[in-house]
Design a protein around this ligand. Structure first.
Ligand SMILES: Cc1ncc(COP(=O)(O)O)c(C=O)c1O
Length: 368
């Protein structure tokens, strides 16, 4: 199996427009804190129907700064989905607060309004909702059930998705995005906080820049969470082709839904939601174990098809022992145990997708 014949799990769509945009920045001699970040922020705010976008170094920084701007601190409880890459829980713990883990719905893989309201206590200071793999969570319903509790939407994966006709990133007090190369739009590393609040956007700008409220005026001790001009230039070029990227992902996902073996389960989208299909996640049948899943992933890789585990059930991670548990987490456990991701990216050929589908059918070994 040669490197070039391997079907990649993910691959950003980078072309001449991105190369030209990067060269323009290099030739300008201005690599940080210049006009391109501001231009990217304006375009992002427009794409998500927000008054303000604050570009930052990555999605994890966006979460941390958002919680900080909302006043989350030592001893506060913050509601957090149990099923996720651990960034939201890390951001909460780094501020001295306590993640309260909430199970997800077994069909949409997102938290529900009922589960979030049930996990709330008098110590709850804020909540994080995730649009899992780009699939919009019912955030307006969750916000209503939480009655004014500050809400951060982890929209790391959901740029370009829509819920009830509105773009993801437009919900919650602050929405956080990631522009890692596995996301629908990439800046290499990168992220953004999106909000309607001028006050929150100003705090976020202070927090991302060493806590400076003006040159050399320090309002708070904070780190350097800025996005570079080079990254922002990539982002501007990528935003212009966002609709094409999403249409391609939706087309590829539709074929997977039609042609994958029927014993596999895929994520469901609510009737009023449209997903950008950031990740193609698949679950083995309920009779399968984690070692069955690991074997299928290893067999796919040996057959030249990149694959990997889908996500994590945070309550099972030993380093998150400070997180507060709240129930049995049946759905998150099932998805983390039996879930794996399949290749999906704009530019994937018909032949590559056929190879993924037939590799899975061949390797099933009677599992599905
Ligand atoms: C749901 C979610 N939140 C946050 C992040 C963190 O984003 P970043 O890698 O840009 O820090 C990720 C990354 O995969 C994610 O999936």
């Amino acid at each position: 199996m040669t490197e070039s014949s391997r079907v990649r799990l993910a691959r950003p769509l980078i072309g001449a427009a991105e190369e030209d945009a990067l060269l323009d920045v290099l030739r300008s001699g201005m690599l940080v804190q210049g006009p391109v970040v501001a231009r990217f922020e304006e375009a992002l705010a427009q794409a998500t129907s927000r008054s303000h976008a604050v570009a930052v170094a990555n999605g994890t920084a966006a979460l941390r700064l958002s919680l900080c701007a909302l006043g989350v601190g030592s001893g506060d409880e913050v509601l957090c989905p149990d099923l996720t890459w651990p960034s939201p829980a890390h951001a909460i713990l780094e501020l001295g607060a306590i993640p309260v883990l909430v199970d997800v719905d077994s069909a949409t893989w997102n938290v529900t309004a009922e589960a979030m309201a049930q996990a709330r206590t008098p110590l709850t200071r804020a909540a994080i909702v995730i649009d899992q793999f780009g699939n919009p969570a019912p955030t307006p319903e969750i916000a209503a059930a939480l009655e004014g509790l500050p809400l951060v939407v982890d929209a790391a994966c959901s740029l370009g998705s829509r819920y009830q006709g509105a773009p993801c990133g437009s919900f919650g007090d602050i929405a956080c995005m990631s522009f890692h190369p596995r996301k629908v739009l990439t800046t290499g590393e990168g992220g953004a906080c999106l909000t309607h609040s001028t006050e929150l956007s100003e705090q976020l700008r202070v927090l991302r820049n060493h806590g400076q409220s003006g040159p050399g005026v320090f309002a708070a001790p904070s780190g350097n969470y800025r996005l570079s001009e080079l990254s922002a230039a990539l982002g501007c070029a990528q935003l212009l082709r966002l609709q094409d990227i999403i249409a391609e992902r939706q087309r590829l996902t539709a074929r997977y839904r039609d042609e994958l073996p029927s014993g596999l389960t895929l994520q469901q989208t609510l009737p009023e939601a449209e997903s950008n299909q950031q990740t193609l996640g698949v679950l083995l049948p309920p009779s399968c174990t984690m070692s069955d899943r690991d074997r299928v992933v290893a067999d796919l890789i040996a057959a030249g098809v990149e694959s990997g585990r889908l996500s994590f059930a945070l309550h099972t991670l030993p380093h998150l022992h400070l997180a507060k548990r709240n129930g049995a987490y049946a759905a998150a456990t099932a998805i983390a145990t039996r879930g794996f991701a399949l290749p999906l990216y704009p530019g994937m050929t018909n032949d590559e997708q056929s190879r993924v589908i037939s590799a899975l059918a061949t390797l099933s070994g009677g599992l599905f």
